[in-house]
Design a protein around this ligand. Structure first.
Ligand SMILES: Cc1ncc(COP(=O)(O)O)c(C=O)c1O
Length: 602
């Protein structure tokens, strides 16, 4: 059942309602309504996520005014609540979702709706009053049985917490959703968020969904969504509409699997690290993403997204990169597919990950320095988003982690899920059990961790350990320990947890590892953290570098400094002798040799 919240007019209240993820948000343009939003600036609606249909509500307004307001406020839907004719409705159909409202009483003649059937997308049935809605009164819902057309309808008029359970019992085949308005207010136009939350809970019955997965609106619990500028709506909407069809298509799967096997070199080994196991008193396994072509897990997602971009008909690829691994992976797949590639990278990261800059250039990509802010990953992401806004039609943005507006976090997680999919089968083969006691990974935006967790998330017996970068110490002022220091807010298009000042400015992060030097985490991680499903910890630069060296000396593997953060966490854990523990070795340390050399003085 869809939810429409109608009669919004105060900017802060609009944001609070948007965070509840209704399907439609209604703004009333009718001078006689106490909810008239005449003074609301058009940009107050810009922060509303793309998943919410912004709906202008009009009563006998002129077509010229409606046209103008659609453009000014970026409405995706209009609700015509007066005596508009079928022809009047038809003029808007196809451009926006057209909802025609009717006041219903016991004498209502449903026959008159036939003339509208081809000219509107939805009906809305409200209680008949002189005031064109907003009365708070109900009508006898049994009358709806007389409605026989196949256009879906919203039910409106007097829906409140008192009767919401009865609404849920309506079984009419065209019952599409419910319109929540005057009974959820502190005063006309000011919505009562607590009451709305209660209603949403009852309607959506959230417990029936997968506990930790994404819902239809692109949210993981309180996090996710698509908070994007108007200009990006078409791109993100195109992706949202098509990604599942494309990636579930048999041809796509065959090409993806073939490239993972024959180009990337998958499956990556699950290596039983014997000296580590001895040292830490448990069975420690390394999932060797460092052995992938290009040296990290990032290639899994890059392959998936280039195939997606091709099927969307895109001619140009942009990407952001921190450690350069995602940039290299993207430049690689662009070379493979002969597609133009532009990679944005923070100026500081270009220095500390210089070998990867050279690699990207050799692969034919243009590397553009991001020179604002801390000149690291956050700033590169800003530049890439800016590029996308300027080139919305032919360009696909390959985001490198489980961050960004929905559907990106889900797309990237699905492409990285191969990590846990293989791990399960390999554990079964090597230990006789497919579920380990622990899976562990480092977290920048969180893509290798999400890949490592994906197929274990709903098995609550498996503990998920995510390791962030504490830089020079969590409270040193130079850190990227997001969950320890952060708060809920919006970063790079999704609602998540991020490091921010009291007035919402993003705090510049710091970590010695470019790939973890990011002020946020993906929305699914925020959800795992908030619900307590995942354990989120942090490791300093120094602890990570020492752990990296230990891995060289005990196992003959030079890990990326990002990965070394996950390895360092082993020092702080207490295991039972039979515990099976899998650590994602997200990347190899070649790119970090200078940093290791400078620190240890080799
Ligand atoms: C080797 C390696 N591990 C981890 C990360 C962190 O990214 P994510 O959290 O998306 O896995 C990066 C990012 O560049 C990386 O290169």
């Amino acid at each position: 059942m869809k939810i429409k919240v109608c009669g919004l007019k105060h900017p802060e209240n609009i944001n609070a309602v948007a965070a509840l993820q209704p399907d439609y948000a209604g703004f009333i343009f009718y001078g006689k309504s106490p909810r008239y939003m005449a003074n609301l600036a058009a940009d107050a609606l810009q922060t509303i996520p793309a998943s919410i249909q912004k709906t202008g509500v009009f009563v006998n307004e002129s077509a010229e005014n409606i046209d103008r307001l659609i453009v000014e406020y970026g409405f995706n839907a209009i609700q015509l609540h007066g005596d508009e004719s079928p022809e009047f409705c038809a003029a808007f159909k196809g451009r926006v979702t057209v909802i025609k409202a009717f006041g219903i009483n016991e004498d209502f003649d449903f026959e008159q709706l036939k003339d509208y059937a081809n000219n509107v997308d939805l009906f809305l049935f409200d209680t008949k009053t002189k005031e064109y809605g907003g009365s708070g009164k109900t009508f006898d819902w049994a009358i709806l049985d007389q409605y026989k057309l196949d256009i879906p309808f919203f039910l409106s008029g007097g829906v409140g917490l008192e009767n919401i359970k009865e609404v849920k019992n309506i079984t009419h085949p065209q019952f599409y959703g419910v319109d929540l308005n005057s009974r959820f207010e502190n005063e006309p136009g000011l919505k009562n968020i607590e009451k709305l939350k209660e209603a949403f809970k009852i309607i959506k019955n959230k417990t029936q969904q997968m506990k930790y997965g994404v819902n239809e609106q692109g949210y993981y619990g309180d996090f996710g969504g698509a908070y994007i500028p108007e200009m990006l709506y078409p791109n993100v909407e195109e992706l949202r509409e098509q990604y599942l069809n494309i990636i579930n298509d048999d041809d796509f799967k065959a090409e993806f699997d073939d490239l993972l096997k024959n180009y990337v070199g998958r499956p990556s080994p699950l290596y039983h690290a014997k000296r580590y196991s001895e040292k830490y008193g448990a069975n420690i396994f390394f999932k060797r993403e460092d052995l992938n072509h290009t040296g990290s897990h990032k290639i899994n997602n890059a392959i998936g997204q280039i195939l997606l971009a091709k099927r969307l008909g895109k001619k140009r690829i942009i990407a952001e990169t921190g450690a350069g691994q995602h940039g290299v992976a993207t430049a690689t797949v662009c070379a493979l597919m002969n597609i133009e590639c532009v990679v944005y990278m923070g100026e500081i990261d270009m220095v500390r990950q210089a070998p990867n800059v050279a690699r990207m250039k050799m692969l034919g990509a243009k590397v553009v320095p991001a020179t604002s802010g801390s000149k690291t990953l956050k700033d590169a992401t800003n530049e890439a988003l800016r590029d996308w806004i300027g080139n919305p039609v032919d360009t696909h943005y390959i985001i490198g982690s489980v961050v960004g507006p929905y559907p990106y976090p889900d797309i990237v997680a699905r492409f990285q899920a191969i990590i846990s999919q293989e791990t399960k089968a390999q554990l079964l083969e090597q230990t006789g059990k497919e579920l380990p006691q622990y899976v562990m990974a480092c977290v920048g935006g969180g893509s290798n961790a999400m890949g490592m967790f994906y197929h274990f998330i709903e098995d609550e017996a498996v503990k998920l350990v995510a390791v962030e970068a504490a830089g020079k110490g969590v409270n040193s002022g130079e850190s990227a320990a997001t969950t320890a220091l952060g708060d809920e807010g919006v970063l790079h298009g999704s609602r998540t947890i991020l490091m921010q000042t009291e007035d919402g400015q993003v705090v510049e992060p710091y970590s010695i590892s470019a790939g973890l030097d990011y002020p946020g985490i993906g929305p699914q991680h925020a959800h795992l953290f908030k619900t307590g499903r995942g354990q989120y910890v942090s490791i300093t630069d120094e602890e990570a570098l020492r752990a990296g060296l230990l891995c060289c000396q005990l196992e003959g593997i030079i890990p990326a400094i990002e990965t070394a953060h996950a390895l360092a966490q082993l020092e702080k854990m207490k295991f039972e002798a039979n515990d099976n523990v899998v650590i994602c070795i997200s990347g190899r340390g070649d790119k970090d040799l200078d940093t290791y050399i400078n620190y240890f003085g080799y």
